[in-house]
Design a protein around this ligand. Structure first.
Ligand code: AMP
Length: 181
């Protein structure tokens, strides 16, 4: 279900049909990020259920999850942890394969990014099939994180990603939903 003022947030997101390939409606958040009011509202709404809660770390998924995750971490006075495509992080990492629409890829986190039992919020811009976020949750749990929730501005509910995460025992917060892919 959309949050109050979802219409304003939705209007700030640009849709590019057939990008990066035919049939995909690309939901471009650069227009939302460039709109000061929409950016602030999105960050405020993402963290609203955890107002006053103790959060140790916010983990963001490369690359749009870094922009949102950094702002969310500041908002909740938590540290920020990047989850990156393989080969980008300089220190010792833990690696996890994850499913893409066609094929698979691998993501990494620094092995010492999170201490055992730390309370972590996962952030990305959009959840589609949930393959990317599922990989991130597994990585976080592998290094001892307690994943409090996963937060996304955009849900594509027909692709079932949010339900997939809930089945893993992770509450999901999304702000606006779009039909289709
Ligand atoms: P998934 O693993 O299927 O949940 O895909 C989520 C990841 O792919 C996120 O990091 C999104 O940024 C990106 N993504 C998937 N579909 C779209 C779309 N229609 N528009 C923009 N980004 C997308």
């Amino acid at each position: 279900m959309d949050i109050p003022f979802a219409h304003d947030l939705k209007a700030a997101i640009r849709t590019i049909p057939d990008y990066p390939k035919p049939g995909i409606m690309f939901r471009d958040i650069t227009t939302l990020l460039g709109d000061a009011r929409a950016f602030r509202r999105a960050v405020d709404e993402l963290v609203q259920p955890w107002a006053g809660a103790k959060i140790d770390k916010v983990a963001g998924i490369e690359a749009r999850g870094f922009i949102l995750g950094g702002a969310v971490a500041h908002q909740v006075s938590a540290g920020f942890v990047p989850i990156r495509k393989k080969g980008k992080l300089p220190h010792q990492t833990v690696r996890m394969a994850y499913a893409l629409e066609y094929g698979a890829d691998e993501m990494e986190i620094h092995v010492d990014a999170i201490s055992k039992g730390e309370r972590v919020l996962l952030v990305d811009d959009l959840i589609a099939t949930g393959g990317t976020a599922e990989g991130a949750i597994k990585l976080l749990r592998q290094i001892g994180a307690e994943v409090l929730a996963a937060c996304f501005i955009i849900d594509l509910p027909e692709l079932g990603g949010a339900d997939k995460l809930r089945k893993l025992g992770v509450p999901v917060r999304t702000l606006v939903a779009f039909e289709g892919h």
